[in-house]
Design a protein around this ligand. Structure first.
Ligand SMILES: NC(=O)c1ccc[n+]([C@@H]2O[C@H](COP(=O)([O-])OP(=O)(O)OC[C@H]3O[C@@H](n4cnc5c(N)ncnc54)[C@H](OP(=O)(O)O)[C@@H]3O)[C@@H](O)[C@H]2O)c1
Length: 288
């Protein structure tokens, strides 16, 4: 069984390559080898590899830049996703698409369930929501996996940004009025592997997968800095000062609540949620 992975050089792409699905042969294609916005290339790639499973880890992920580049974001996050899902339907491939908590507005007081109404509040979220809707319409055999606050040893993410800043600075202001559950890329790779294993029980469905413990950005930063200092990976301790989102100017508005309710995948696939504290300690000890 051939499993095609798009966006293979991205953060999650790397994590999946490091921890490939437990069955099948993983074929990895980066954005140069397979630009998912190219219809001719899409036909060609499906023709060459005839995948039984397609994992779409390719996305336009520059959340702030998307506010000015709506068309570019839509081309990757919605139009290409529509084409991929239709291609999967035509070829009977199981389509696993990665989506985001940013399809929600973050106004809920409780963790978001798969059935909750989506209402994106920025362009990135809007284009990801359009991608989801196109998959739902495609009638392909699919699983949409929504995750949040992804970090890992690869690519660009909050953990790596904190480690870069912490190497130079002893004080930092971090937003504390957005809550979420950080999710380790390696654990998402495990969740994807579980979805593939249980694919016969999945008939076009959305799943949530994130960290098991809720935090906010400032406390997450504190944990990273404290662990890094204790492990001798930073030359000094770093003091984190809480600030409000309104005092941290960025182009795109973020949801206040990014927490996802993950009971559904937990029950279907019997997998653990992401233990981000363990993952932070592991990345620090193995990569710094
Ligand atoms: N990061 C998070 O916190 C987070 C949270 C929730 C959900 N997600 C979702 O998780 C998935 C993976 O995100 P990530 O963190 O791994 O992002 P990432 O590191 O930015 O990776 C995205 C990859 O997609 C590739 N790509 C962009 N346009 C493409 C195209 N037209 N054709 C083929 N590949 C293309 C990029 O390649 P280039 O670099 O060459 O452009 C990059 O390698 C995405 O669906 C994202 O929406 C992420």
């Amino acid at each position: 069984m051939k499993i095609l992975l798009t966006g293979a050089d991205g953060q999650l792409g790397h994590s999946i390559r490091k921890k490939p699905p437990s069955e099948g042969q993983l074929i990895t294609l980066n954005s140069k080898e397979f630009d998912i916005t190219d219809p001719v290339k899409t036909d060609e790639i499906f023709g060459i590899y005839k995948p039984a499973v397609v994992i779409n880890a390719a996305a336009y992920t520059a959340v702030d830049k998307a506010e000015e580049e709506e068309q570019q974001a839509r081309a990757v996050n919605a139009l290409a996703v529509k084409r991929l899902s239709e291609k999967c339907r035509q070829t009977d491939a199981f389509f696993i698409h990665i989506s985001t908590d940013y399809v929600f507005d973050g106004k809920s007081d409780t963790p978001y369930k798969e059935t909750d109404k989506i209402n994106p509040i920025n362009i990135y979220g809007k284009t990801k929501a359009e991608g989801e809707k196109a998959i739902l319409r495609s009638k392909s055999h699919f699983a949409i996996l929504r995750t949040s606050w992804v970090f890992s040893e690869y690519g660009h993410n909050f953990f790596k940004t904190m480690m870069k800043i912490g190497a130079d600075k002893k004080n930092l202001k971090v937003v504390y009025d957005q809550i979420g559950a950080p999710t380790y890329g390696g654990d998402i790779a495990g969740a994807i592997s579980a979805l593939i294993k249980h694919r016969d029980k999945i008939d076009g469905d959305i799943f949530h997968y994130c960290g098991e413990e809720i935090t906010n950005w400032a406390d997450f930063a504190r944990y990273i800095f404290n662990e890094a200092f204790e492990q001798g990976k930073l030359p000094h301790s770093v003091e984190v000062e809480d600030i409000l989102s309104k005092d941290y100017k960025v182009a795109a508005t973020r949801p206040k609540n990014s927490v996802l309710d993950c009971k559904k995948i937990n029950t279907l696939c019997d997998i653990k949620l992401s233990d981000w504290r363990v993952a932070v300690r592991k990345i620090l000890s193995e990569n710094y």
